[in-house]
Design a protein around this ligand. Structure first.
Ligand code: PMP
Length: 452
């Protein structure tokens, strides 16, 4: 392959927002609601399963297992997804285990995208899609979700961010190889409706395009909303790869266990990429995740199921954060799913005045100002847009609400997210909910600083 092609494939993909913002949060934040991972422990049944896997009698769990997925895990995933999709799945050919959903995505782009292929990406999007498509030699084609203004006095919902059907249709062409769908969507929390999925499905069928369906937040949906799998729509099973993550499902992002589910005609190509790169994922972690799914399948839909309990708890955290953000003058967009919430910060433009001719989007400068001056870390929404569109929606920031405590360790008993208090303007900040001896107790606590 000639050098210019290689150079183009790698162009700009070394810049990564996470490196910068994770460092800023570590340096300045008191409350880190930036990066997307829970700060609470995973369920006991899963920790116990991992302990059994590493310290039990079965020493084979310390060794290699089947390259495309530990048999107990692919079997249980085939059973569960068979039930969810209403079709019989073969664990050996319709399921493949990966090193997190991240590697599943990487396998998809490497397996399906050829030089010159176009891949449609819906903005805002999980940022790795773009470099992964480019590394495979493909060209990303972007389509934005466009916000519809809610009625006066009402908060916006992630459902108010919609695709324009004509605009979406115009993005499909002879070169379109695939569309990436992420529902529930990171960062907005949008859960695509059946009508929206049908629109995408019809265009995929019409243009013979694949659908890479990133469903890592499939269990995190709120207010009774239903997560619909696009693979279950007519004509879609045969052209869809479902991407999933035990990290999001069981609050174990560090274990890096993910999977793909789809027809063998597609998965056979993923197996080739997987075999010749990663080859294999940690056996003990796969074994424990298999046991977690076994438990969940037995309790499916019951109140003591983790898939029922986790969204219930997260919905409360979401609502607390909404209240807190409204109190300080931000306008949260109510997410229907995921553990992310995007808030409009345009009211703050007087506190962090715009710098004319700055290359950096306003939301990025605001997020940096906020972590340095208020100790609160979040991620600018512009990070979830392609280079050319970063300034289109630049007055929003993303919070992760899967948090119980702040992580700075100022406070052994923890600082709840709900302690973000204040009135609109300069005085907002964090208030300690503990009954510390100093500082009085405005709004249920005193202003947090290094002595409490
Ligand atoms: N897809 C989306 C939409 C995500 O938000 C993430 C993680 N933030 C991933 C995939 C990667 O998941 P994993 O940790 O299982 O690799």
């Amino acid at each position: 392959m000639s050098r210019p092609v290689q150079a183009r494939r790698l162009e700009g993909i070394d810049k990564n927002i996470w490196v910068e913002f994770v460092k800023l949060a570590a340096t300045y934040s008191t409350v880190n609601l930036g990066q997307g991972f829970p700060d609470f422990p995973p369920p006991d049944f899963l920790k116990e399963a991992f302990s059994r896997a590493v310290s039990g009698e079965k020493h084979t769990l310390h060794q290699y297992t089947r390259a495309f997925g530990h048999p107990p895990l692919v079997k249980i995933l085939a059973q569960l997804f068979g039930k969810l999709l209403g079709r019989e799945l073969d664990p050996m050919t319709n399921v493949m285990v990966t090193v997190g959903a991240y590697q599943a995505l990487f396998c998809c782009f490497q397996a399906f995208i050829e030089e010159g292929d176009e891949v449609i990406i819906i903005e805002p999007f999980f940022d790795c899609y773009e470099p992964m498509v480019k590394m495979a030699g493909g060209t990303p084609v972007y389509i934005p979700l466009r916000p519809v203004t809610p009625k006066e006095g009402k908060l916006m919902s992630s459902a108010d961010w919609q695709l324009d059907p004509a605009e979406l249709a115009s993005k499909f062409s002879e070169q379109t190889k695939a569309i990436v769908l992420n529902s529930p969507n990171n960062p907005l929390g949008k859960v695509f409706s059946r009508g929206e999925l049908e629109l995408i499905a019809d265009l995929c069928v019409k243009h013979d395009a694949l659908c890479i369906s990133d469903e890592v937040y499939e269990w995190l949906v709120y207010d009774g909303k239903e997560h619909i799998r696009i693979a279950s729509l007519p004509g879609m099973w045969d052209r869809t790869v479902i991407v999933g993550s035990a990290g999001k499902t069981f609050s174990i992002t560090g274990w890096k266990v993910g999977w793909t589910v789809g027809p063998n005609r597609l998965l056979q190509h993923l197996r080739t990429v997987h075999q010749n790169s990663v080859y294999h994922c940690a056996t003990a972690a796969q074994d424990a995740v298999a046991q977690g799914f076994q438990r969940e399948l037995e309790r499916y839909g019951k109140p003591d199921s983790y898939f029922v309990q986790l969204p219930r708890e997260l919905q409360q955290k979401r609502d607390q954060l909404i209240q807190s953000l409204v109190a300080v003058g931000m306008k949260p967009i109510i997410p229907e799913g995921t553990y992310f919430l995007v808030a409009d910060i345009s009211e703050f433009k007087s506190e962090v005045p715009d710098v004319p001719d700055s290359d950096e989007p306003y939301d990025s400068r605001f997020a940096k100002w906020m972590v340095k001056n208020k100790g609160l870390a979040a991620i600018p929404l512009s990070a979830f847009y392609c280079g050319a569109h970063k300034d289109n929606y630049n007055s929003f920031i993303r919070f992760c609400f899967a948090k119980v405590r702040h992580t700075a360790g100022l406070h052994p008993s923890g600082l709840a997210v709900s302690t973000l208090h204040g009135t609109q303007g300069k005085n907002w900040g964090f208030f300690c909910t503990n009954k510390c001896s100093e500082g009085g107790e405005p709004a249920g606590g005193h202003k947090l600083n290094s002595w409490c």
